[in-house]
Design a protein around this ligand. Structure first.
Ligand code: PRP
Length: 203
């Protein structure tokens, strides 16, 4: 029996479709239920950022989570496979009328992803004051709270509709299958067999 933490929303649906294709049966969460038990699997529905936490504490053997979240959290987990779903980019965004000014002594950056943002600007030797937010990041530069944002861009619509542009791409992201280190040892056969089946589908 393997337990798998999935991030609520489209990535969970796309992952369950992969499982349906492999096992030839439907995996459907009942309305509002957060746990789905089957003969071979238990699926848990959690917030995106919480997936690695469930896996780290071995509340789930496996998880599906964006590479951006893994990069941000830097936890001791096994990164098994790129599922090639949930593709997006982590970008630096600014107001259409603004440019990154290399001569400015320090810039203010609003983001959900503090570590990725801090590392990015530190690598460029740009002093950045990071302002941690939990959502609606695109609003921050519009009300003068920051010079730039570091955020997820998927279709680009949110930035566009708020008069923002991408000035730099920090990384490409997609959903990865991750494993708890102990589970990977104790349930190696089951995990590797699942890994092989999923690899056949996602390529
Ligand atoms: C994410 C991200 C952007 C948006 C990008 O936010 O933080 O705001 O999606 O998608 P797009 O490029 O397709 O417009 P999310 O929907 O997770 O909401 P949040 O603001 O609460 O973080």
């Amino acid at each position: 029996m393997l337990s798998i933490a999935l991030p609520k929303g489209r990535i969970a649906e796309d992952t369950l479709k992969i499982f349906e294709e492999i096992f030839g049966k439907k995996f459907i969460f009942e309305d509002r239920k957060l746990i789905l038990k089957d003969k071979d699997f238990t699926f848990l529905l959690v917030r995106n950022q919480d997936v690695p936490v469930y896996v780290l504490h071995q509340a789930a053997d496996l998880g599906v989570v964006g590479l951006d979240v893994l990069e941000e959290k830097e936890l001791d987990l096994v990164d098994l496979l790129d599922l090639k779903i949930g593709k997006c980019k982590v970008c630096v965004g600014m107001k259409n009328s603004d440019e990154l000014d290399p001569d400015k002594p320090s810039i203010k950056v609003a983001t959900k992803m503090e570590n990725i943002a801090r590392k990015h600007f530190s690598n460029k030797a740009v002093a950045a004051e990071i302002i941690k937010l939990y959502g609606s990041i695109e609003l921050a530069p519009l009300v003068g709270m920051c010079d730039a944002i570091v955020d997820i861009v998927e279709t680009g619509t949110t930035m566009k509709q708020n008069g923002l542009k991408v000035v730099e791409t920090i990384m490409d992201s997609s959903a990865h299958l991750i494993a708890n280190k102990n589970s990977f040892i104790s349930k190696k056969r089951e995990i590797l067999s699942l890994y092989q089946e999923i690899s056949k589908i996602v390529g």
